[in-house]
Design a protein around this ligand. Structure first.
Ligand code: MN
Length: 130
């Protein structure tokens, strides 16, 4: 099923690779280059999924995740952290900040779309919403 996916990422090469894979699988991809733009785009476009880089200018991904979750209309939107600085505790930090999942960079092009489809499928259904 076609989904709208927002990718908050400051690195062009990372964005193009992910965007290439997602659009090849019929998804629509929106790009925000920093947290503030990401927050504005998320509120405006209401994406089905948000991919979030952690190393971002102005505010880091953890701060962005917390800011996204402060908006009731985005509370159920899955956020998946994408990070190349995987240190012990990073996954927990991302989850605590409100992320639903965590994918390490460099992404594996062979398995990336399956990971994304998994997160899309795990979204709460309309019926399940209170
Ligand atoms: Mn970055």
């Amino acid at each position: 099923m076609k989904a709208t996916i927002l990718y908050i990422e400051d690195n062009e090469q990372n964005f193009y690779l992910v965007s290439f894979i997602l659009t090849a699988n019929k998804h629509e991809v929106l790009w925000a280059k920093d947290g503030r733009e990401g927050l504005e785009t998320a509120l405006d476009a209401r994406p089905d999924l948000i991919l979030l880089d952690i190393q971002l200018p102005i505010m880091d991904g953890y701060t962005v995740a917390k800011a996204l979750k402060e908006h009731a209309e985005l509370r159920e939107t899955p956020i998946v952290a994408l990070t190349s600085y995987a240190l012990p505790g990073d996954r927990e930090k991302a989850m605590t900040a409100g992320c639903h999942g965590y994918i390490e960079k460099p992404i594996n092009p062979a398995t990336f779309i399956a990971q994304i489809e998994h997160f899309l499928a795990s979204r709460p259904t309309l019926e399940a919403r209170p």
